[in-house]
Design a protein around this ligand. Structure first.
Ligand code: RET
Length: 215
């Protein structure tokens, strides 16, 4: 429900930000909208079968994770001309990640191997936003609110995203030391940080960079 509220908020706020920021604001609202839909599907399956449906979680991740990673590209593009290579690196990196994790989870490839593919993809994304092309642009720029927002978003992707692999290691796929009820709560909490708080950071930099801001 918080995801739905976030979507409504972003679609309403879309008109309040400068043109250059509209893509980031729209994408932020779309991500939480997609997460809301999938949470509803997952809840239905949970209520009828008592199972935590892996497939919907991965369909959600498959769409939302590349979009979240692309926000780094969108916010940079709002203030300067940025090479589309960054767009492709972030997209392809995240899609490989999700596919590896999914194949491992459903048993197409050994779970441990899936874990490794995902880990490599994630480290690659972290490299890209910390010291790769995107990280380099932010290190050289002088827009204070952009630098600070980028830094917070990068921290969320580094620490907040680490919650999911911990769930994979301690949850049913690998060692099953925590049950799927607990895992659901942990994943929902992680979404609150990684999708909703992440979106609000983007909103705050968009407002700060909208000239003649009403705030
Ligand atoms: C909104 C949803 C987000 C940000 C989901 C993020 C998911 C991950 C970062 C998952 C990572 C995983 C690994 C690093 C290893 C393999 C297992 C996964 C799929 C849980």
């Amino acid at each position: 429900i918080a995801c739905l509220a976030t979507t409504a908020f972003f679609f309403l706020e879309h008109g309040s930000v400068a043109l250059a920021w509209k893509a980031s604001i729209a994408v932020a609202g779309i991500v939480t909208g997609i997460a809301f839909m999938h949470s509803m599907y997952m809840r239905s399956v949970w209520v009828t079968t008592g199972d935590s449906p892996i497939i919907y979680r991965y369909i959600d991740w498959l769409i939302t994770m590349p979009l979240l990673a692309l926000q780094f590209y969108f916010i940079l593009s709002a203030v300067k001309k940025v090479s589309s290579v960054i767009f492709w690196k972030l997209s392809i990196g995240t899609i490989i990640m999700v596919y590896g994790g999914y194949a491992g989870e459903v048993g197409d490839i050994p779970a441990f191997f899936g874990f490794i593919i995902w880990l490599v993809g994630w480290i690659y994304i972290l490299y890209e936003v910390h010291s790769g092309d995107a990280g380099g642009i932010i290190a050289r720029n002088s827009n204070r609110s952009l630098t600070s927002a980028f830094g917070t978003m990068r921290m969320i992707v580094t620490i907040g995203w680490a919650v999911y692999p911990l769930g994979y290691v301690f949850g049913p796929p690998l060692t099953a030391t925590i049950d799927s009820d607990t895992l659901n709560i942990i994943f929902n909490f992680a979404d609150l940080i990684n999708k909703i708080a992440f979106a609000l950071v983007i909103w705050s930099v968009a407002i700060a960079n909208t000239s003649g801001s009403r705030r």
